[in-house]
Design a protein around this ligand. Structure first.
Ligand code: NAP
Ligand code: ZN
Ligand code: ZN
Length: 347
């Protein structure tokens, strides 16, 4: 059981600190990766601080993992030592339920195993994520990574990319769709890039005026400051599809009013507190309010290939491992341009 350097949160109130974990030796289908870069998702922060009341400590966050293969088990076919590889939010699932058979492992009815704070299916304990030197997973859960794009900017695709790509595809966003993206952070900036690459008309809905120039640079056709009444009026009843990426408490009803008849608002952001939505706000206009969780493995590979083809990567700020607590504080303030990525050589 090799000891592996990592960073962990040991409880909800103290900083994330250096920590040693034990990783298993590669099993016949395992791919072992030396982690070179790991993106910092707002979910990492929700888990470190137990915002959702489901954290098992110590937790080693990180599910936007890219690196190089350092060992493979005897049965591995997809990878060899030296290949680039990625691991996202999933490391295992039952493979037998309808969802798994449909490539929707994130909804596995036998229990998907998440990359951190997950329960290994063999009962060997909790999973530890990417704030560490290395990780292993069954080859079925390891993604192929392009060598044509900067590796550090690919890392955020493994969660922010797939979490926004999947609902855009499921609700068939494309040419002629009027899309509103709510919240310009890690997920939001990927949503803008991906929806634009899919041919949609994209409006950034942000509560931060200073992000307008960036939103346009990222490809948004319009920018609406959500506190500006005139600007909100101009998009009331306007959107076919709104992707809500906001991490903090906000009023869904305010944004449902921006949908046109038959419009769909999909929630990917997960504020800690529950929301109240009066039925009237959906009935008038036959509107839908839906949710979406990351994406399955086949779709994650499809998204990575789509991004390689359309030259889409994340806009990142590279940090050292010991800057993680500062990065969390900046994230809470909405001060992320637009994804922190940890350079794992600093660990
Ligand atoms: P992030 O980078 O911190 O971005 C969140 C954005 O929300 C901020 O940049 C800000 O954008 C907006 N915001 C923050 N506080 C706000 C407030 N009080 N009122 C209005 N807007 C506010 O976070 P992220 O990594 O993109 O993650 C976003 C959420 O998605 C988190 O809750 C995360 O856990 C969740 N998530 C879900 C899935 C899934 O599978 N469903 C996957 C990954 C992450 P503006 O400044 O532009 O308003
Ligand atoms: Zn994430
Ligand atoms: Zn399953």
């Amino acid at each position: 059981m090799p000891a592996t350097k990592a960073y962990a949160a040991e409880n909800a109130t103290t900083p994330v600190v250096p920590f040693t974990i034990e990783r298993r030796n590669p099993k016949p289908h395992d791919v072992q990766i030396e982690i070179l870069y790991c993106g910092v998702c707002h979910s990492d922060l929700h888990f470190a601080r137990n915002d959702w009341g489901m954290t098992v400590y110590p937790v080693v966050p990180g599910h936007e993992i890219v690196g190089r293969v350092t060992a493979v088990g005897g049965h591995v076919k997809k990878f060899k030592v030296g290949d680039l590889a990625g691991i996202g939010c999933l490391v295992d699932s039952c493979r037998e339920c309808d969802n798994c058979k449909d490539g929707l492992e994130q909804y596995c009815s036998g229990g998907a195993v998440f990359s951190y704070n997950g329960n290994e299916r063999d009962g060997s304990g909790n999973t530890y994520g990417g704030y560490s030197k290395s990780i292993l997973a069954h080859e079925d859960f390891v993604l192929r990574i392009s060598d044509k794009q900067p590796l550090e900017a690919i890392a955020p695709l493994l969660c922010a990319g797939i979490t926004t790509y999947s609902p855009l595809r499921h609700w068939k966003v494309g040419k002629g769709t009027k899309v509103g993206v709510l919240g310009l952070g890690g997920l939001g900036h990927m949503a803008v890039k991906l929806a634009v690459a899919m041919g949609a008309e994209v409006t950034m809905l942000s509560h931060t005026a200073a992000k307008e120039t960036d939103a346009k640079r990222l490809g948004a056709h319009k920018f609406v400051l959500t506190s500006n009444e005139e600007q909100i009026k101009s998009v009331t009843g306007y959107f076919d599809f709104i992707l809500d990426t906001v991490s903090a408490e906000h009023d869904y009803n305010f944004y449902l009013a921006l949908l046109r008849t038959n419009g769909v608002m999909v929630c990917v952001g997960v504020p800690p507190a529950p929301a109240v939505i009066p039925a009237f706000n959906l009935i008038f206009g036959r509107k839908s309010f839906a949710g979406s969780l990351i994406g399955g493995i086949p779709e994650t590979q499809e998204m990575l290939d789509f991004c390689a083809e359309h030259n889409v990567v994340s806009d990142i700020e590279l940090i050292r491992m010991d800057q993680i607590n500062e990065a969390y504080e900046r994230m809470i303030k909405g001060d992320v341009r637009y994804r922190f990525v940890i350079d794992m050589s600093s660990l």
